[in-house]
Design a protein around this ligand. Structure first.
Ligand SMILES: [Zn+2]
Length: 285
């Protein structure tokens, strides 16, 4: 039978801010008891980046016990896998984050009949050898990831998404856990979320099928499309320019009724063939 000391157990108030929950769940200085639903929805998503499952055991009475180790434990494993013939000097230099190796562990008990989750420090577990921000540098919590995904799906630029997520997270009391959020990560998450939606914009292996697919795509969207090919003869050689021109009937109508080409501009390297995109601007008011 599991012996549970109840005297020192803390039942955190339901209205704690995420940052406060985050702190409690990082250090686990005293056992915490949290209603199961609250744990799943509001606690675990905040710390999923700090703790990784070490083992799991289902007891006869249906309760589940899982031990979790700090994510920074992994760095110890990778550094001990160093090649043996590497000199001590070299090893000291190449070792990954030596100051942050961490052996902190927690034990989490799902007390099914009470619908309570009990979190306690693993027996003799040392303190973390690092701050909670170090954990956050390694991996993003589920809570932050969800915030980023919700913004990324709206398809604006990664820097703007990063700013929006920071502001939003601060309002939610999650400010600390987004302070390490990097633009690069936001880009990656955005790619994961948006990638499948934009798969029709990814190129094929050859120019010919890329062009024909682009044309089909534009025609499907109601554009007029034409191919062109122009040869330039000079005394030394013959060069050629090719491309496609596309315009929507509403744009052509504007050109017809206003008649003024105000500006023509080109953008370099808009695809992997380094084609240029020329845009024609018409003033319509
Ligand atoms: Zn740690």
């Amino acid at each position: 039978m599991e012996i549970i000391e109840t005297s020192t157990t803390v039942r955190p108030a339901a209205n704690l801010m995420p940052d406060e929950k985050w702190g409690l769940f990082f250090d686990v200085t005293c056992p915490l008891e949290i209603p199961m639903e609250d744990f799943d929805e509001n606690w675990w998503p905040l710390v999923s980046n700090i703790w990784m499952q070490w083992n799991s055991y289902k007891q006869a009475n249906g309760n589940v016990r899982k031990d979790f180790a700090c994510h920074l434990t992994k760095h110890r494993e990778s550094s001990s896998r160093q090649k043996e013939n590497v000199s001590i000097e070299k090893r000291r230099i190449t070792k990954t984050r030596p100051s942050k190796l961490c052996h902190a562990k927690i034990r989490v008990l799902w007390l099914i009949s009470l619908e309570i989750v009990r979190i306690e420090r693993y027996k003799d577990s040392p303190n973390h050898t690092h701050t909670v921000l170090d954990s956050d540098r390694i991996k993003r919590s589920q809570a932050v990831r969800i915030l980023v995904e919700n913004e990324a799906v709206k398809n604006y630029s990664p820097p703007a998404i990063t700013v929006a997520v920071r502001e939003y997270a601060t309002e939610l009391g999650l400010g600390t856990s987004v302070s390490e959020l990097k633009r690069k990560e936001v880009s990656n998450i955005k790619y994961k979320v948006r990638g499948p939606m934009e798969s029709h914009l990814f190129c094929n292996s050859d120019l010919k099928s890329d062009i024909s697919e682009s044309i089909s795509f534009l025609i499907e969207k109601g554009y007029h499309v034409e191919n062109y090919h122009v040869s330039h003869r000079s005394t030394k050689s013959t060069k050629s320019t090719k491309g496609i021109v596309f315009a929507h009937p509403t744009q052509l109508e504007k050109l017809r009724s206003h008649g003024w080409l105000t500006l023509i501009d080109s953008t370099h390297k808009t695809n992997k063939y380094d084609w240029r995109l020329f845009t024609l601007y018409v003033r319509d008011h």
